[in-house]
Design a protein around this ligand. Structure first.
Ligand code: GLN
Length: 197
């Protein structure tokens, strides 16, 4: 059984742990470098990317996590976690840092202030069956991707819609919150990515 960490500095940590356990993985909360050393893959949950960037620095976690990501750790960033995995942040705070794991430009709070939150049924490449109910909460979108990054979902399921899910090998990022709503298919996909790493 693979062990998958959930970065537990803020955000929906327990919900990700539950979904991972339902998907056949051992799930552990990760706050310290010694905990990070034990995982085969990591989820970076939603929250607030500026705060997460600060907390990673205060917990002495930024560099150890950056090293593991650079060495090929399977990872999945959701919402603020997507922002953390990006290479360029638009509408960010000047001092906020990201891991540059995925070659993509991400815009924070891209769906606009008045629409703090919305839901829609998404067609996602790699997810069989019904559309996936995606919950967006002050979500980012991906403004552009490099050649190595595949787009796996777009808002409105429209060919020219904003990019809301991407994948590169065993690293994935989604704008929305897959841990709410009880559909564990994306967690199952991530567990299989970690198993086949
Ligand atoms: N707007 C948040 C940020 O900039 C992300 C929101 C979320 O993770 N739900 O980090």
């Amino acid at each position: 059984m693979v062990t998958i960490g959930v970065l537990a500095l803020q955000g929906d940590v327990d919900e990700h742990v539950r979904a991972l356990e339902n998907s056949g993985a051992r799930a552990v909360k990760v706050r310290r470098p010694c905990e990070l050393a034990k995982v085969d893959g990591l989820i970076i949950p939603g929250g607030e990317s500026t705060t997460m960037s600060n907390l990673l620095a205060s917990f002495d976690m930024f560099e150890p996590l950056k090293d593991r990501l650079d060495a090929g750790l399977p990872a999945w960033g959701t919402c603020a976690g997507m922002i953390m995995l990006s290479s360029t942040i638009l509408d960010g705070r000047d001092d906020q840092k990201c891991f540059a794991t995925l070659d993509m430009v991400v815009r924070r709070n891209a769906f606009g202030r008045q629409v703090d939150s919305y839901e829609e049924d998404l067609v996602i490449d790699g997810i069989e069956g019904d559309d996936f109910r995606a919950v967006f909460i002050r979500a980012p979108w991906v403004e552009s991707v490099g050649d190595t990054v595949s787009v796996i979902a777009r808002a409105g399921n429209a060919e020219d819609g904003p990019i809301v899910a991407v994948r590169q090998g065993n690293v994935m990022a989604t704008s929305f919150h897959p841990e709410v709503g009880g559909d564990d298919r994306l967690h199952e996909l991530f567990v299989s990515m970690v198993e086949n790493r």
